[in-house]
Ligand binder design. Structure first.
Ligand code: PLP
Length: 366
């Protein structure tokens, strides 16, 4: 198998894929695949319950929070968050931190459902989170929204932005969930698409504080209404059953591999192996993101100076590919290189990439 540094859909733990393969045709003696099973059967109910329980354990989710499995991806949640929460306060407005592509898209979508207050000064170059002195927070906001890890630019909040605790905070954790300890009680809503740190594309998980249920605007589609989804334990309509099963296997795998303490430790190890090389490369490798907000999940950099030398970058990608290291190309909107180091990427893979980066610089650096 390849060393897969994809930004998503991305690598899954080999053990998980093998377990799924072993159960593919005959799940737990049922004589059928999970794909062929009724979502209302006892077997699937057990799969769903186990997945929720394991996620609750891993994240230490307090009992006044619901875990929902939904469809529509992160993009569906850009709308769902606004439709469910924009009316919490009479102003129908929300504060958005825009630190990259995904929070920008979320803010744009939310504009359809209420007033969006942009907390940070406008920029086209996402390089971190501006200092708190430059924030423009609104005390009448219904909620505060941020993207915990911007997958395209490689910008990560180390902590949730400080804010008035009476206003619920909403976090898109699609690309860094389960990679570090979280105090869930600080959040109103956390959501994440599965396809990076958790499982196959097609499943999105929402963790919501119960008092925020039932506040949706009347035109909210039933499949996006958190209250309806919660009241039906994610079975209001047919859920992405197989994807949920796969997520459940990943949760189990995480629990037997040291949980979040271990993923956090490994994420630091993997990302610092690459950032150390970048920082000691005399600008041969250049990361645009300020050190404080560099992502541990998506390491973005240019080769051959801050604007990148496209020929060198092409060569880098070709040579990496020949060494079976794949999907390292930066997002089309920013170019350069992006190494995604999600939980299923073994430390050895990141160290191999680090060795290759050193060798590449030795051969092509000045
Ligand atoms: N949020 C983040 C942080 C993402 O990285 C992505 C996709 O890569 C999305 C949201 C959008 O997710 P989806 O493609 O599932 O709609």
């Amino acid at each position: 198998r390849k060393l897969n540094f994809a930004a998503g859909p991305s690598a899954l733990p080999l053990d998980v894929l093998q377990k799924a393969q072993s159960e593919m045709l005959n799940f737990n003696g049922t004589g059928i695949s999970v794909m062929e099973m009724s979502h209302r059967s006892a077997d699937f109910t057990e799969i769903l319950t186990q997945a929720i329980n394991n996620l609750q354990d891993l994240l230490d989710i307090p009992s006044n929070y619901k875990v929902l499995f939904v469809q529509g991806g992160g993009t569906g949640q850009f709308a769902a968050v606004a439709m469910n929460l924009m009316r919490l306060k009479p102003n129908h407005s929300a504060d958005y931190f825009v630190t990259g592509t995904w929070s920008q898209k979320a803010a744009k979508e939310a504009e359809k459902y209420g007033k969006v207050n942009y907390v940070l000064p406008h920029t086209k170059q996402f390089k971190g989170v501006p200092h708190v002195n430059h924030w423009n927070l609104d005390n009448d906001a219904s909620y505060i929204y941020y993207c915990a890890n911007e997958t395209v630019h490689g910008v990560e909040f180390q902590e949730p932005p400080s804010h008035n605790p009476d206003i619920p905070i909403v976090a898109d954790m699609s690309s860094n969930i389960l990679s570090k300890e979280l105090d869930i009680s600080k959040y109103g809503v956390i959501y994440f698409g599965a396809q990076k740190n958790v499982g196959p594309a097609g499943v999105t998980v929402v963790i919501i504080r119960e008092d925020l249920l039932g506040r949706a605007m009347p035109s909210t589609p039933a499949v996006l209404d958190y209250k309806i989804l919660a009241a039906n334990n994610s079975l209001y309509n047919t859920p992405p059953c197989y994807g949920i099963y796969m997520c459940g296997l990943v949760f189990e795998w995480l629990k037997t591999h040291g949980g979040i303490e271990t993923t956090a430790e490994k994420s630091n190890l993997k990302s610092s192996a690459l950032y150390d090389i970048i920082d000691n490369s005399n600008e041969f490798y250049h990361c645009a993101v300020d050190k404080e907000h560099r992502s541990r999940m998506n390491v973005t950099f240019r080769i051959g100076g801050s604007n990148g030398n496209e020929n060198l970058e092409k060569k880098f990608l070709e040579e990496a590919q020949n060494l079976h290291m794949i999907q390292l190309k930066g997002h089309r909107s920013v170019g350069g290189i992006r190494a995604s180091l999600y939980n299923a990427v073994p430390v050895e893979h990141a160290l191999k990439l680090a060795d290759f980066m050193k060798d590449f610089q030795r051969r092509f650096g000045e």
